[in-house]
Design a protein. Structure first.
Length: 256
């Protein structure tokens, strides 16, 4: 039997709501209630363009105009409420891509890009921790910087990066695989081109690993066949609300 795996998405979903984790990853009935989200489509579109822009082997996206055309060619239309909604998002996307590419061309990043949209993983005993990094750059001092794009943010702080579970997971995976490298993590808020960088110490990563193993073991050992939904504030906007309402003891919380 294959060892179970956990990802930052699974972990953050569980922390937000174990019931949402159950419907998303355990009970197949949940797949029929999931709806496309426009913000996921928007982020996917921008990520595809930036992957092409930073790929040394990609010869078709080297200018602002190339990037904007690539955005239009790679546009993901799922989840938008109307043609007007999608057109507004497309306009925002063009502005974001144009600003990012122009800024990067004027001030190229130090070092070189070594990974783009790469899946990484490590064995944590009871489970495999897996993730997908947007980009990893090797800096002139031979350190590696994990770069993550946030399409919905206009600002970011070092505290945001330090508290980001995914960025901590990525640092842990690469630290375990390449212990001789200094690893940093950078989040880029695409709407403003602002960024913040953090490097967790060895002690911090050791503690994060210990906490992650405890949490992962808890997730994997949960008796899901006995699970009952517990109401939360996010229930009102959750795709799985119709399923949870079938539980006799479930009461939707009142919004103040």
């Amino acid at each position: 039997m294959a060892k179970p795996s956990l990802s930052p998405s699974k972990i953050t979903t569980y922390l937000a709501c174990p019931t949402k984790y159950y419907w998303t990853y355990i009970d197949p009935r949940g797949r029929y209630y999931l709806r496309s989200k426009h913000y996921y489509s928007f982020g996917t579109t921008l990520h595809r363009v930036l992957q092409q822009f930073h790929d040394a082997d990609e010869t078709g996206v080297a200018t602002v105009g190339d990037a904007v055309r690539a955005m239009e060619e790679n546009w993901v239309s799922a989840g938008y409420s109307s043609a007007e909604h999608m057109a507004e998002a497309a306009g925002e996307g063009r502005e974001i891509i144009a600003k990012y590419v122009q800024t990067t061309l004027e001030k190229p990043p130090e070092g070189k890009t070594i990974f783009l949209e790469r899946q990484i993983q490590t064995d944590l005993g009871a489970f495999r921790l897996i993730g997908r990094v947007d980009r990893v750059d090797e800096r002139p001092d031979e350190s590696w910087d994990i770069i993550d794009y946030k399409s919905g943010r206009s600002g970011v702080s070092e505290g945001d990066v330090a508290a980001d579970i995914a960025m901590s997971c990525y640092q842990l995976i690469l630290r375990r695989k390449y212990p001789e490298r200094k690893i940093t993590a950078t989040v880029v808020a695409l709407r403003s081109a602002a960024s913040a960088t953090v490097s967790l110490s060895g002690e911090e990563l050791d503690q994060f690993e210990a906490d992650l193993v405890t949490l992962g073991t808890q997730i994997l050992n949960t008796a899901w066949e006995e699970h009952q939904p517990a109401p939360k504030w996010l229930c009102h906007s959750c795709d799985f609300l119709p399923l949870c309402r079938k539980s006799p003891d479930f009461e939707l919380p009142t919004l103040d």
